[in-house]
Design a protein around this ligand. Sequence first.
Ligand code: SAH
Length: 223
Amino acid sequence: MTSHAARDADGSGMTSLRARERLVESLRANGIRDERVLEAMRSVPRHLFIDEALASRAYEDTALPIGRGQTISQPWVVARMTEALLEAGARGKVLEIGTGSGYQAAVLAALVDDVYSVERIDELQRAARRRFRALGLRNIHCRHDDGRIGWAEHAPYDGILVTAAASALDPELLRQLSPQGVLVAPVGEPGMQRLMRWSAKTGDWQPEVLGAVSFVPLLGGTA
Ligand code: SAH
């Protein structure tokens, strides 16, 4: 395909392909090692998960607003969380709390069998569903609900990813993990959140600290 054809095909300019390549190189330079994750980040068109007015910034390694006071996560954080799940062996069913734009779910959908994603804001959840449909991503299952207590109906999960921060997680979430499962979540108050990983490997469900992060808060109820 020529670069001109690429521009016509995705309608957003050939820069999106080049910009995605550059983003992947910067993720690699910043310590993302898993080639499967880098390939997924290369293949998912992040510009389709944000408002057109911000599309020119889609491949910057930064969080961006998606409305209703929420954000699409920074690509490096999406890559790191995805890598942290795969490292611990999660390849089957993965639960995501906080669908938001749907970008993290789309990256996961390229790497695991099924993604179950819960979002408390109906408007965001509906927009994400439309994107999944348009992109033909049939292995993402959405639910409009308060995800603090997971999605029991499809448990157990091989992996659970929480993409909003809480000072503590409901123990019910850990109960929805399979015995070999892994849970990755940002925990802590604004300004001092840490990305944590609980997995069977760490023993006694003692979490590992993966690094400092900054997420919007995990809130109760639906909207
Ligand atoms: N994974 C998203 C990140 C979105 S930001 C992406 O890739 O775009 C976090 C999202 O979590 C927000 O959309 C917010 O509304 C949602 N959220 C916060 N508390 C929640 C809860 N209790 N249950 C479900 N979703 C929640």
